[in-house]
Design a binder for this molecule. Structure first.
Ligand code: 2NL
Length: 347
């Protein structure tokens, strides 16, 4: 029996030594140390031995088992390390490969114009205010001197949610809200950029949805010359110092007097072309001195305070700046169109 145990030990150690994988090693372990293995069998047959032989064989069997166990553990460590080494070898990363380029998108042309205008007005001390697109009849019309029966409401027909709620037709309602918040005390100096809506049939120059930037300054002693200086600066910064500026009398229900501002046509320099329709002048925005009714309704005393306001159609500015001939390009999201514009940072 002694020889049998010695033989088993040598056999097992040989198989452990030649094991090439963790699975193979585990098979050896199960075969020699498992419940049905040969060592267990030897121990089970001890009953047949002479009593004085039993402890000797028992001790030897345990020794053999411990030796096999120890060898298995040692070999297991070696094989595990081999697996990790192989894995590292296979998964190594070539850090000298060039990286995949990051696709940089660009800004929508309307965003570019809005951000450029915002930067200009922030530089002049204005604050940017934004308001809801769903507005009440009061803020969209009433507070801007457009009572329910006013004929100018026809030109600003909108999408109604209910009798009293509609999609705003301009960003002026936010200006009325801001004036109210000031509780009759100046100065108010804001611009309100945002999306507005009108009930209109879409074509190359009309859209039922468009962007507007409105400005409002209310304080003591604000005069028409402040409006002229501010809007001339905007026009020249947007279209170039070499442009001439013209003020034409106009009408808006919320301003009195009202003006429309034209810049000289760069294409024909006044000789007449299709962009300026032969006039030599291109209309870019409207404005005026805030109507006393508008000031009063929003809590300002028109005897003490005056103000000027203006409205800029962003699409119109973008079309002139980038030579875009159809307003629908802004909203159809054709990437061939959108890809032609750079991000705002690199204007
Ligand atoms: C245009 C003309 C304009 C205003 C907007 C305004 C706002 C308040 C008070 C007075 Cl709260 N006026 N806004 C004034 C004149 C013209 O827009 O042609 N926009 C595209």
């Amino acid at each position: 029996m002694k020889e049998r145990l010695e033989e088993l030990k040598q056999e097992a150690l040989g198989k452990i030594e030649s094991s090439q994988s963790l699975k193979e090693l585990n098979d050896v372990r199960v075969a020699y140390l498992g419940k049905k293995g040969p060592i267990t069998e030897v121990l089970r047959g001890m009953g047949k031995l002479a009593p004085e032989e039993r402890p000797v064989i028992g001790a030897l069997a345990n020794e053999v088992r411990a030796a096999i166990q120890e060898q298995i553990e040692a070999k297991q460590k070696i094989l595990e390390e081999k697996v990790i080494a192989e894995k590292l070898q296979k998964e190594s990363i070539d850090i000298t490969l060039p990286g995949r380029p990051i696709v940089q998108g660009n800004h929508h042309p309307l965003t570019k114009i809005i951000e450029e205008a915002e930067n200009l007005f922030i530089g002049l001390g204005y604050t940017i205010a934004e308001g809801p697109e769903v507005e009440t009849d009061y803020y969209n019309f009433e507070a801007l001197n457009l009572p329910k029966d006013h004929p100018a409401r026809d030109m600003q027909d909108s999408f109604y949610i209910s009798e009293e709620l509609l999609l705003r037709t301009h960003t002026s309602p936010m200006q009325a809200r801001t004036m109210e918040k000031h509780e009759g005390k100046g100065p108010v100096k804001i611009i309100v950029p945002g999306k507005v809506y009108r009930r209109d049939d879409d074509d190359a120059t009309h859209s039922h949805q468009f962007m507007q930037i409105e400005g409002l300054v209310v304080d003591e002693g604000i005069r028409m010359s402040d409006l002229k200086g501010t809007l001339a600066l905007f026009a020249k910064k947007m279209f170039g110092e070499d442009r001439d500026i013209r003020y034409r009398p106009s009408f808006f229900p919320f301003t009195e007097p009202s003006v429309e501002i034209d810049i000289s046509c760069k294409i024909c320099h006044g000789d007449g072309c299709s962009v300026c329709k032969g006039t030599g002048w291109i209309e870019i925005l409207g404005g005026g001195m805030v109507h006393p009714n508008v000031l009063r309704m929003s809590g300002f005393d028109p005897e003490k305070y005056t103000g000027f306001a203006f409205g800029i159609g962003v699409e119109r500015i973008a079309m002139l700046r980038y030579g875009i001939d159809d307003i629908r390009h802004f909203y159809t999201n054709d990437v061939r169109f959108l890809k032609q514009f750079s991000p705002v940072e690199s204007n």
